[in-house]
Design a protein around this ligand. Structure first.
Ligand code: TYD
Length: 132
């Protein structure tokens, strides 16, 4: 499984930095939704699902966390600690997020609106979906 990061456009100068994420520019889709996961305490572990169709890009605007990505054949772990690099969470990738720093603000950009029927929350069902 390839891990793909998108490099956002960044303007750095003596007055600080500015980072841009724009539909179809630094990420390959129209942005329909942005959500933030923050205030995760201690051993908090989230995710435990895949999506049938949703494609997302994740990055930490502050702090860091780890991502486990699993395509049903292979599992890979990635650390997100750079707000200028967005991690692709493709459809049909089981993902879990953990080891959140206290200050972590995980930002996720999605190519569609929230739709619970797009979630696969059961790992065996995920493996079955991959066979289709
Ligand atoms: P969920 O995606 O399960 O979070 P995580 O994978 O981080 O554990 O979502 C948690 C809850 O928030 C769930 O009840 C659905 C709701 N939710 C929305 O209503 N809209 C959204 O855009 C998202 C991402 C979640």
């Amino acid at each position: 499984m390839d891990i793909k990061f998108f490099d956002f456009k960044s303007f750095c100068g003596p007055l600080g930095n500015l980072t841009v994420v724009e539909s179809n520019q630094y990420i390959p889709f129209d942005i329909k939704r942005v959500y933030f996961i923050h205030g995760v305490r201690g051993e908090g572990r989230r995710g435990f699902h895949a999506h049938k169709n949703l494609v997302q890009v994740a990055f930490c605007v502050t702090g860091m966390c780890k991502f486990l990505l699993d395509d049903g054949k292979e599992k890979k772990t990635v650390i997100l600690d750079d707000m200028n690099k967005g991690l692709l969470i493709d459809k049909l990738i089981w993902h879990e997020m953990y080891d959140f720093s206290e200050d972590c603000v995980l930002t996720v950009i999605a190519d569609n609106h929230y739709n619970e029927s797009d979630y696969i929350r059961d790992y065996d069902e995920f493996l079955e979906e991959l066979e289709k």
